[in-house]
Write a protein of this length. Sequence first.
Length: 276
Amino acid sequence: MIAARKSQKILFSLAVLFLLILVAAAIAAPLVAPYNPTEQFLTKRFKSPTLENLLGTDNYGRDVLSRIIYGSRSALIVGIVTVSIALSLGGTIGLLAGLGSRNLDSVLMLFMDSILSFPTILLAITVVSFLGYGLVQVMLALGIISSPVFARLVRAETLAIKGEGYVEAARALGTPVIKIVFKHIIPNILGKVVVQCSIVFALSIVTEASLSYLGVGTQPPQASWGLMLKDARNYLVQAPWLAIYPGLVLAFTVLSFNIIGDTLSERLNPRLTGSS
């Protein structure tokens, strides 16, 4: 048990460290990237990793490391904007459903469930087809698609909390609903919402990479991990590093968010905390 907890702490620390390095690299990309990510050197096409190009070059002679660093910007921006939209929209709907009448609850949840009934990628492609191709459109689409997850979570927690004695006492004393929301409901659901944010963040990064791979996300020549994997698919034998490095960064990023989410979920769970 003790060894498992130590291993979990080590994994959590490594995940946080990796994400801190990723965020720092994304913020300081113009300073740390050795080359312009879109600059082409046709005389250096498919150059294997060397001291001059640490992770090699692609089919246009562009530096792979520089494109990975700038691609982290797109990934993190997508995660932040998607979570912000999904949390704002889904959280509001969840509160309205949990505090409103049964009819309002049924209508709102029917709408949310209808969104959840479609596969994420298919629905994202459909939404992006209407909004247009590009990173902004992808973020809007993913934010809308991810909102039902927060709506269901917030609704369930709101329904449980509003039946508590202290909430009923506050309502009996004539406390405004908005004050009850900010004083009693939000503080009590914040932990679970934070955990869900880490999960949605990771999923949005994977989905954006998938959409870019399919050609409906980030558009060339901008740097994106999904675009890099798309460009690499025809050169897996000739230049395997084109797929290996962006694939590893994408995998480690998602894994790090999942580890952080799992750790926070365990630490914020009163049952698990009480039994430790």
